[in-house]
Design a protein around this ligand. Structure first.
Ligand SMILES: [Zn+2]
Length: 167
């Protein structure tokens, strides 16, 4: 088993994603709309769910999931992060353009935002909407857009509850 440890260092600087050799439109296409500042590629959606496995009895569900099995459901402000890796394009200076990453991630977030996951998102009709299953769903959809450049997807269900898949 490998144990990873990280230390964070901070610095402040101003910059802008902008290739002076390109038109305004091309810059926007490659770097996205928010090319004024460096932002971590984190995306969010707010959704409700209920932890309830159809293959378990009501009693077993209550024992296993506790208050998360409440039939009225409950909500979270989910945040997810996609890590991509690969060669850095010499022209854009990036592994994946912000435009491409934003398009893939915001489409997924839009499909889940303001939904009752178990009732309104087909993927969660048959499987329990646990963090494990939600991060697997995000992985599948991001992989379809980004291919094997996708290396890690991390989902925050709460600030203290995270789920992660790595390639
Ligand atoms: Zn929950």
């Amino acid at each position: 088993m490998n144990v990873y440890t990280t230390k964070r260092f901070e610095f402040w600087a101003a910059h802008r994603y902008w290739n002076p050799n390109w038109s305004k439109e091309r810059n926007r296409e490659v770097f996205g709309d928010d090319n004024q500042a460096a932002l971590a590629p984190a995306y969010g959606f707010s959704a409700a769910h209920r932890l309830h496995s159809p293959s378990l009895s009501d009693e077993a569900n209550r024992a296993l999931y506790g208050k998360c099995d409440d039939p009225h459901g409950h909500g979270h402000n989910y945040v997810f992060e996609a890590v991509v890796a690969g060669p850095v394009d010499s022209e854009t200076g990036m592994v994946v353009t912000r435009g491409e990453l934003d398009a893939a991630a915001t489409a997924i977030a839009a499909d889940l935002d303001s939904r009752y996951l178990d009732a309104e998102v087909p993927a969660f009709r048959e499987i329990v909407s646990t963090g494990e299953n939600i991060v697997a769903y995000l992985w599948q959809r991001l992989y379809a857009a980004l291919g094997n450049r996708l290396r890690r997807v991390k989902l925050w269900e709460t600030p203290n509850n995270t789920f992660e898949i790595t390639a």
